[in-house]
Design a binder for this molecule. Structure first.
Ligand code: SAH
Ligand code: SF4
Length: 412
């Protein structure tokens, strides 16, 4: 696929092979599983049936061993085990914040590391999922942007985060599926267990990376997450956040159809060029026009504009008024999320004062647009927005500047 922009993401390889030559089925489409089974020697009819059963076990029941797939003939299970795995990312560390937020550092099969965060609230539980190891972009307030190493995550590595979260939260349906352990070709019997009251209710593509620079894999993963026979999360409970990759926004709306969040963070060219360097390529007007054209956005499904509050940078009353003017000019069904800046080692910005954030919020609210102030979550374990970074080394200020310069030069 042709990716817009000078900063081309690293293309991903095929599905990683793990545990010898066994193929990981996680991340494949149903059709992909069927094709893999057929390639391994099953006839077309058997491959079709088994792929449907395996899909259900992987995504509805969270099973990782073929031996536990009780509606598949006992004799076939070792055959599957020899050839395939149902993988999970490796957990390197798992941390819990004093506010209940959890963060996992995960390792892919090739050793690349990325992070995932779970944020429990009274009425929902949100999983913040990464789309890349690092990020090719270099927003000046974002820790992930300081990582030099970047690779796209595969669909399997993206959906693997959701599976792992369900494992960790103990949220797979309980109970047995069939009365006999070896009934062949039997339809699934959903009546034997309940799946209510889960903690993981929402997904945000707001972890490490720019999801629209990894469109195909993100789309593949979210299609699996939304599939009715499986994780079955509604598109209304999934939000994709972009820093403004304008040429991919319409496709995101048409082909994925989830809620859109846009990292706006500034209302004029000078400041946005500085803090979100992608703005030099796709400016504010172009970005807001793409938002106005985003398929599926309406007053019931608003676009979220994220706005990080940086002291003396983007937080004046005039900035708030300009934000309102822009939203009205483009007739955007919008809400604004004000995110107090989360600090990280070496960051050059400070968070606006609580009074300043409140005043900014009030101006927007008074115009009739919702502008809640986000409570920072998981700051004590560096799990809050923009704090994710997997490499253990802390670059020096000079090194950070060098990385920023490299990435900006690549932007043209
Ligand atoms: N790359 C995507 C999604 C990941 S970032 C994007 O940029 O939209 C999720 C949100 O956290 C973005 O709005 C991002 O700008 C914001 N963010 C980054 N660093 C931050 C920081 N230090 N404090 C607060 N928010 C930050
Ligand atoms: Fe990348 Fe988003 Fe961080 Fe910008 S804010 S550097 S786009 S992860």
């Amino acid at each position: 696929m042709q990716i817009p922009g000078h900063i081309d993401p690293v293309t991903t390889g095929t599905v990683p092979l793990r545990s010898g030559n066994r193929v990981d089925l996680v991340g494949l489409t149903r059709e992909g599983i069927r094709a893999a089974l057929e390639e391994a020697g099953l006839d077309a009819k058997a491959a079709k049936l088994r792929s449907k059963q395996i899909w259900h076990w992987i995504y509805h029941r969270g099973v990782t061993e073929f031996d536990a797939m009780t509606d598949i003939a006992k004799a076939m299970r070792p055959w599957l085990t020899e050839r395939f795995i149902v993988g999970r990312p490796t957990v390197v560390t798992a941390q819990v914040s004093t506010d209940g937020t959890r963060k996992w550092l995960l390792a892919a099969a090739d050793g690349q590391e990325y992070e995932m965060v779970f944020i429990p609230d009274a009425d929902r539980g949100t999983l913040c999922v990464s789309s890349q190891v690092g990020c090719t972009l270099n927003c000046r307030f974002c820790h992930t942007g300081t990582m030099r190493l970047v690779r796209n995550l595969t669909a399997g590595e993206i959906v693997g985060q959701v599976l792992l979260a369900r494992d960790a939260l103990g949220e797979w349906p309980k109970g047995t599926m069939a009365s006999s352990a070896d009934i062949d070709d039997e339809d699934d019997d959903a009546g034997h267990y309940t799946a209510d009251g889960r903690m993981l209710t929402n997904i945000v593509m707001m972890g490490m990376g720019e999801p629209l620079y990894n469109f195909d894999e993100v789309k593949g993963a979210l299609k699996i997450v939304m599939d009715g026979d499986g994780l079955a999360l509604s598109k209304r409970r999934i939000t994709l956040s972009t820093s403004g990759v304008v040429p991919m926004m319409a496709r995101a709306g048409e082909e994925i159809g989830v809620n859109l969040a846009v990292s706006l963070h500034a209302v004029n060219k000078e400041i946005r060029d500085e803090i979100v360097p992608l703005n030099r390529k796709y400016g504010i007007e172009e970005l807001l026009a793409a938002c106005a054209a985003y398929p599926g956005a309406n007053n019931a499904r608003r676009i979220t504009f994220e706005y990080v509050m940086l002291k003396d940078k983007n937080d004046s009353d005039a900035d708030a008024r300009e934000l309102v003017r822009l939203i009205k000019q483009y007739r955007l069904p919008a809400k604004v999320n004000l995110i107090p800046f989360n600090p990280w080692p070496g960051a050059i910005y400070e968070c606006s004062s609580p009074e300043r954030v409140r005043a900014f919020s009030n101006i927007i609210f008074e115009s009739g647009i919702s502008a809640p102030i986000r409570t920072p979550r998981g700051r004590d374990i560096m799990a809050a927005c923009g704090q994710l970074k997997s490499a253990a080394t802390k670059p020096s200020r000079a090194e950070l500047d060098r990385i920023a310069e490299e990435k900006q030069a690549a932007l043209g």
